[in-house]
Ligand binder design. Structure first.
Ligand SMILES: *Cc1c(COP(=O)(O)O)cnc(C)c1O
Length: 345
């Protein structure tokens, strides 16, 4: 029997990024071409068959998103339709069934509503992290797509990545790739993460916060920073971010591109050479967990390139961050349809 967490267990101002067993998760089961038996469950364990394709052949897709407590006590989801759409693009790549957008959105809302007491208070910067995922299950041994699937969403409260304000960190290029050209880089699949564990560990051992992955064909252009997308602010006011078929299209990135345009920058996806970092006055990594991690420096071979500062965040990076957070927490109105209210149950 799992002992569930209590809201009173948490010190909301000092949460990190770790798993806490909350009472409810959503589950749906797919057999014979249809989703069935969908609803909330309490058991955090998934009893799955030893032949499950998720275990052997990585037939697995995941998503990551957050629920935000507003000042008025209500709860926001941020662009969950984009997570649903991306999950289905990932599913298609691994021959997994479509999760209808409506089902995905209702599932996310149901998990938040059922665990509403665990959505951290407004003002702490903490959020309720949601982890939707889908796995191929059932008796199987050959390399082929499963006949059966489980779609589930669990939730866990997480702290803000930066408690004392945005702090730049150092990155280093790797000789390894996280994904192949024409591989699964565009899909949010566990296999890409498995491939990233060793290079990530090597970077940490060497004193860097994470790896800069270069394009897998030429090892010339910037792809991703660990499990986040890259942006640079040019000296003439452009927000540039890599364009490549092997990076994961970050929802935070597309949102920050819109915010950058609002702030008067020109936002563009383009090829960014590792040898052309002098064009940037500021740089950062983008993803749901941290929103923005300022990049202090990138080391490539013997060359260490420092952006704005190794110790202080740049002014444009700070502005982008503040505006996106204000939209997510409901302090400021953002573009149409970015915010989905989760009504109290
Ligand atoms: C999830 C992910 C991101 C960030 O995407 P968001 O939608 O912004 O959270 C970036 N890169 C990789 C490899 C990812 O898996």
């Amino acid at each position: 029997m799992t002992e569930f967490a209590n809201p009173s267990d948490f010190d909301w101002n000092n949460l990190n990024f770790s798993y806490h067993p909350l009472p409810y998760r959503f589950r749906a089961y797919y057999d014979n071409g249809t989703w069935h038996d969908m609803g909330l469950e309490t058991d955090p364990y998934l009893p799955i068959h030893e032949g499950s394709t998720a275990l052997h052949y990585g037939q697995q897709v995941f998503e990551g998103m957050k629920a935000y407590r507003r000042a008025d006590g209500g709860i926001n989801l941020f662009r969950p339709d984009q997570n649903a759409a991306r999950m289905n693009r990932s599913n298609a790549r691994l021959l997994m069934p479509e999760v209808p957008t409506e089902m995905f959105l209702e599932a996310a809302k149901a998990v938040v509503q059922a665990n509403a007491d665990f959505v951290p208070p407004y003002g702490t910067g903490a959020t309720l992290y949601l982890r939707p995922f889908i796995i191929g299950v059932g008796p199987n041994v050959g390399v082929q797509p499963a006949a059966s699937y489980i779609f589930t969403i669990f939730a866990t409260p997480v702290g803000p990545y930066y408690k004392g304000g945005l702090t730049p960190t150092a990155y280093v290029t790797s000789d390894y790739d996280r994904a192949a050209h024409g591989g699964t880089g565009q899909a949010k699949v566990g296999g890409n993460y498995a491939a990233s564990l060793m290079p990530g560990d090597q970077a940490h051992q060497a004193g860097y916060s994470d790896v800069v992955y270069l394009d897998p064909r030429l090892h010339e252009n910037i792809e991703e920073l660990g499990s986040a997308n890259f942006f640079g602010i040019t000296k003439d006011g452009q927000f540039l971010t890599p364009k490549s078929p092997s990076i994961l299209p970050s929802i935070t990135k597309y949102s920050l591109m819109a915010v950058a345009e609002e702030l008067g920058l020109t936002a563009r996806e383009t090829t960014i050479s590792i040898h052309d970092l002098d064009q940037f006055s500021e740089a950062g990594a983008m993803g749901t967990a941290a929103v923005i991690s300022p990049v202090g420096s990138i080391t490539h071979g013997d060359d260490k390139h420092v952006f704005f500062s190794e110790t202080e965040v740049g002014p444009i990076t700070q502005q982008l961050y503040n505006r996106l957070l204000a939209i997510q927490f409901g302090d400021e109105k953002g573009p149409e349809n970015w915010i989905v209210d989760v009504p109290a149950k």
